[in-house]
Ligand binder design. Structure first.
Ligand SMILES: *[C@@H]1O[C@H](CO)[C@@H](O)[C@H](O)[C@H]1NC(C)=O
Ligand SMILES: *[C@@H]1O[C@H](CO)[C@@H](O)[C@H](O)[C@H]1NC(C)=O
Length: 179
């Protein structure tokens, strides 16, 4: 009896392992932005074989709820530049609200005091104006969906101030099988 229970447990956990284990990883490819009047992302570089994000981000003013953002996502499965829109998107909403809704996807990549001085642990609203450093940031996919399509995933975030379009940021990450 004991052996049977053990066997079933092994089967179950073994199966669970293949179902729930993540089989992909994600690396930064590029970051492009416009509208540096409010947020300057131009000093972020991707370095090394695994494209760690290094550099600084400057917020020119306090980002309070006069700011709204929207987000859209796209996928280029073959790396030929043919992006198709994905169903994951966020309608225009207040910056802080939006940040709180989606923070879980970024949370594990940023460690306050270790790889950034951006207040990623407390996420104050408004986000205070200032220059924040990022050092050797890798994408941690632990809180991401178990399954994702492979390819180049592009996220486009648009920033508005009192309803006026201020600029966008486009980040591309490469989703690959774990090597
Ligand atoms: C990133 O910058 C830090 C200093 O800010 C440096 O120590 C580190 O080596 C850099 N990473 C890479 C991959 O060059
Ligand atoms: C981002 O802004 C730049 C400059 O205004 C523009 O050329 C580009 O088309 C924008 N990208 C998106 C996805 O809206």
């Amino acid at each position: 009896m004991k052996e049977v229970v053990l066997y079933i447990l092994l089967m179950l956990t073994g199966k669970g392992y293949t179902i729930f284990r993540k089989t992909y990883e994600a690396h930064f490819v590029s970051l492009e932005s416009s509208g540096p009047e409010v947020v300057d992302l131009s000093k972020i570089r991707f370095l090394g074989r695994d494209h760690r994000a290094n550099g600084t981000v400057e917020l020119m003013e306090d980002l309070d709820n006069h700011f709204t953002i929207s987000a859209e996502s796209f996928l280029d499965p073959n790396g030929d530049g043919e992006y198709k829109q994905l169903p994951f998107s966020a309608p225009i909403q207040e910056l802080c609200k939006s940040m709180n809704s989606y923070w879980s996807y970024i949370e594990r990549s940023l460690k306050y005091g270790e790889n950034t001085n951006f207040p990623s642990d407390t996420r104050p609203c408004p986000l205070p104006k200032g220059t924040f450093w990022f050092k050797d940031v890798l994408i941690d996919t632990d809180a991401w969906p178990t399954m994702l399509p492979r390819g180049y995933a592009k996220g486009v975030v648009k920033l508005f101030k009192r309803g006026k379009y201020m600029g966008n940021a486009t980040v591309v990450a490469h989703i690959t099988n774990i090597s």
